[in-house]
Every structure is written in structure tokens, then in C-alpha cells.
Design a protein around this ligand. Structure first.
Ligand code: DLL
Length: 433
């Protein structure tokens, strides 16, 4: 179902006109209200009045994750603080999270974007949505919740975890749609099989999965195990959360909500715009947001744009499912983790060397498991196992509170982690997606 044909099926010229009008407003607002953007634009010698066409966007400055970090927490706020009604965050590179602050209008944009997303997967007011994305600072839970409410569906705000309860609710409440990370969907299927629950007999028929990389194989596996259609959905906290782009029934690329989020593909080395069809870094400008709107935000996600018409009737440009990232960010159980965060924490723990190796496995359970190998300082490495045990627990606790995921720590003797002459290899990712 197409939730909002007026915008999703708009003809190209009308959409561009709308996008340009929104862009002009945005640049005007950022120039007046956000010192960071005013200074950047002054530095480039460009004023809001210089924006005459969408092409002029290329003259405007980029925004990076570092810019967000340096302006933490409220430096990029573009409206009076008392207009903010909700805040979300996700991991930044060195400890400080990136922040998205929403006005009521921004929440309504999100409700719209997620309603389009979930409707494209077949969600109607008759659906019962079991929402197992995490609720909290993470955008997954609230995003899918808002989308379902906007469609008029019934939501079960389960949040993530407690799989036995998830399976009980799945059966007893007749959930027809599932929203969670793809790896959690597979984990649920596995647990259901172990518990002797036949998922094929349940009404569950479709799901929206995202927040982490997954493959066509994983899609087939989820579709077969649940007898459902599994749709890829994409988004990021900085831009709005989930709802930036989504698959339709054609399952051939993700439609971008272009009237709200203007996409560009750039060469990550030179920053130059690349033509449709060429792979590069995805960049978004939030055209209509008020709280923390962003100009040309570099997502570090790699994909290409597909401007060809889609059989579903939507005219919005599609992006290919992601090919990877330009940085070393890992996504573990849907949580963004940077090796630098681990390094920073280790430096602060007495007794450890900043020599470590992160080994990520996706076990039988289909859930990510992390082993962190850490070198212990020589003076700490003794036969006294109790001391080492205390140190190990301490590191595990610090990692849990810093990274929001459980990590299994293995302490190793000094000089055992392989040193490299070039870029240090900090991550061994054994997950086969
Ligand atoms: O993961 C928002 C979200 C929630 C998307 C629920 C979809 C469903 P962040 O935690 O800020 O936000 O992480 C954003 O996750 O830049 C991508 O690298 C990755 N990512 C998100 N969706 C997908 C996807 C949410 N469908 C980062 N496929 C993004 C691959 C994805 N990677």
C-alpha cells in the first residue's frame, strides 16, 4: 500500500520544486540560527541568497560525525530549546554520542516517514505489530511505534530481548507483523524451533528489518522460517532514525523519502558528487526538520542511487541496499560500536595495555557474540588468578556500560597480540552475512 501517494508518486518536476523551496528555507534558517553553519558558509563565501537551484547544494558545506561530536550536546540546535519534545542518541566515535533533538513537527515527519515505510511492507490498520526494536535512546523502537500508530495498526511495544515472552506474545496475541533487527528475527525463529513452536501456523506475515547489515540469504532464511515477507528498512539517528528509506513489494532497492531527506552520492576521497548508478558515500540533507536539521550529512554508508522507475508506482529515487561503510564502525546486535571507544576505555583501566583484538562471531544462535582480547601489563600478569579475574570483570563491566553490549573479555599475556607494521588490525569479523 502507498501511504501518501501525493508525495510518494509526485512527478519529478513538482518534487524538485518542492525540494528547492524546502532547501532555501533550511539554509536561511541554519544561517540565522546555527553559528556552526553560519561560520562554515561564511568560510566558503556563500550566503542563503546564493541558493537558486538544487545543484547549488554542492556549494554548501558537509556535516560530519565529528562536527556533531564537537557540538555535543546542543550546539547544532536550530530552534529555541523549549520547542524540543524528544531526544535520541547513538554512539559517536570517541565516547560522546550523536544527538537528534526533535520538535513536535519533527516527530510528525518521523511518523509520516515510518508510516510510509511500514505501509510499503503491507501494514494496514488491521495489523498487529510486534515491535521488538529497542525502546529508549535508540530510534528503532519509537520509530516503528510511531509509524504503526500513524497507520492505525495495533502495536505491541515489546522492545528487544526476553525471547520466551516474545514467542508467547507472538502466539497469544496473533501478531501479524514483526519489527526488529534481522539477526534478532533469526534468533527468535531458532528459539521457536527449539520450543517446538511452528511459526508457519501463526498469522505473522511480514516484517520490517534494519539497523544492521544483512544479506539476501538472511532475507530468504527469515522469509522461510516465518512464512513471511521480509523488508529492508534504513535510517540513522542523525537524520531521523528509521524511515529514511524502505523497500516496497518489488524488493529491489530502498525508496528514499526524498521530499524529506535529500540524498547525494559523493566520492568519499574527494567529496565530489557522483552520478546515479555510481557507488560512493551516501549524504543526506534533512529538508524539513526544525530541531537539529543537517546540511549534507556524511553517513559513511556506501551505496548507489537507482533513479529508474519502480514497478510499485512510487516515483522516489531508490538506493541499493548498503555495501558497507567507509569507516570502521561495527554494528553488533544493532548497536553501533567503534573500536576507538574500546581503546579509550582500556586506556583508562589500570593494568591493561592498549593492545586489543575484537573478535565478532555470529554463532549458532544467529546473534552476534564479541570476544575482546586484551593484553595485560607484565606486572599484573602473575599466577594469581584471582587478581586477573577481578580485572577481567572490571573490563567487562566498563565495556557493558560504555558500549551497551555484553563483551566477553579474554586476558592475554603481554606481546601476544599480533603487531602490524601498517594499520593495526583491531577487528576480526567472522560473521558471514
Ligand atoms: O539503526 C536506525 C534504524 C532503526 C534503522 C531500525 C532501521 C531500523 P543508528 O543506530 O544511528 O540508527 O545506526 C545507523 O546503521 O548508518 C547504517 O550503517 C546502519 N544501518 C541502518 N539500517 C541498515 C540497513 C539506526 N537496513 C547505521 N542495512 C547506518 C544495513 C543499516 N545497515
Amino acid at each position: 500500500m502507498i501511504f501518501n501517494p501525493e508525495y510518494e508518486c509526485m512527478d519529478e518536476a513538482a518534487r524538485q520544486k518542492l525540494q528547492l523551496a524546502s532547501l532555501k528555507n533550511l539554509v536561511e534558517m541554519l544561517y540565522s540560527n546555527v553559528a556552526f553553519y553560519r561560520e562554515k558558509m561564511n568560510g566558503l563565501g556563500i550566503k542563503p541568497a546564493d541558493i537558486h537551484s538544487l545543484k547549488d547544494l554542492e556549494r554548501l558545506p558537509f556535516t560530519t560525525k565529528d562536527d556533531l561530536r564537537l557540538n555535543y550536546p546542543h550546539g547544532l540546535l536550530a530552534c529555541p530549546k523549549d520547542r524540543i519534545v524528544e531526544v535520541h542518541m547513538s554512539s559517536g566515535t570517541t565516547g560522546k554520542p550523536v544527538v537528534d533533538e526533535y520538535t513536535m513537527k519533527d516527530i510528525n515527519i518521523w511518523r509520516e516517514a515510518m508510516a510510509r515505510t511500514m505501509a510499503a511492507a503491507g501494514c494496514t490498520k488491521d495489523d498487529i505489530v510486534q515491535n521488538c526494536y529497542g525502546y529508549g535512546l535508540f530510534t528503532g523502537g519509537p520509530g516503528a511505534h510511531y509509524g504503526a500508530l500513524n497507520i492505525g495498526a495495533e502495536v505491541l511495544p515489546m522492545s528487544s530481548g526476553n525471547t520466551a515472552r516474545q514467542l508467547m506474545v507472538l502466539q497469544d496475541f496473533g501478531s501479524t507483523m514483526l519489527t526488529c533487527t534481522p539477526s534478532y528475527a533469526l534468533y527468535m525463529a531458532e528459539e521457536a524451533a527449539d520450543a517446538g513452536i511452528d511459526l508457519h501456523k501463526l498469522p505473522i506475515a511480514k516484517g520490517c528489518f534494519g539497523a544492521e547489515p544483512w544479506s539476501e540469504n538472511m532475507r530468504k532464511e527469515i522469509e522461510n522460517r516465518f512464512s513471511m515477507k521480509a523488508y529492508d528498512i534504513y535510517g540513522l539517528t542523525e537524520i531521523i532514525g528509521p524511515g529514511v528509506s524502505f523497500e516496497c513489494e518489488a524488493q529491489d532497492g530502498l525508496h528514499i523519502n526524498e521530499d524529506l531527506f535529500y540524498p547525494e552520492i559523493i566520492d568519499p576521497e574527494t567529496g565530489k558528487a557522483l552520478p546515479p548508478g555510481e557507488k560512493g558515500e551516501l549524504v543526506f540533507t534533512t529538508l524539513t526538520k526544525e530541531g537539529t536539521p543537517l546540511l549534507r550529512y556524511r553517513t559513511r554508508d556506501i551505496t548507489y542511487l537507482m533513479p529508474q522507475p519502480c514497478s510499485c508506482g512510487r516515483t522516489t529515487v531508490r538506493m541499493h541496499r548498503l555495501f558497507g561503510r567507509t569507516d570502521d564502525m561495527l554494528i553488533i546486535r544493532g548497536v553501533n560500536v567503534f573500536p576507538s571507544q574500546i581503546e579509550q576505555a582500556l586506556i583508562e583501566i589500570e593494568g591493561t595495555e592498549p593492545q586489543y583484538l575484537i573478535v565478532v562471531n555470529r554463532g549458532e544462535s544467529h546473534l552476534d557474540e564479541v570476544e575482546l582480547q586484551v593484553e595485560v601489563k607484565r606486572e599484573f600478569f602473575s599466577d594469581e588468578t584471582r587478581g586477573l579475574e577481578v580485572l577481567r570483570n572490571r573490563i567487562e563491566n566498563v565495556m557493558k556500560s560504555r558500549l551497551q553490549i555484553a563483551v566477553k573479555v579474554k586476558l592475554v599475556e603481554p606481546k601476544t597480540i599480533e603487531r602490524s607494521i601498517g594499520k593495526a588490525k583491531r577487528v576480526v569479523d567472522n560473521r558471514k552475512l
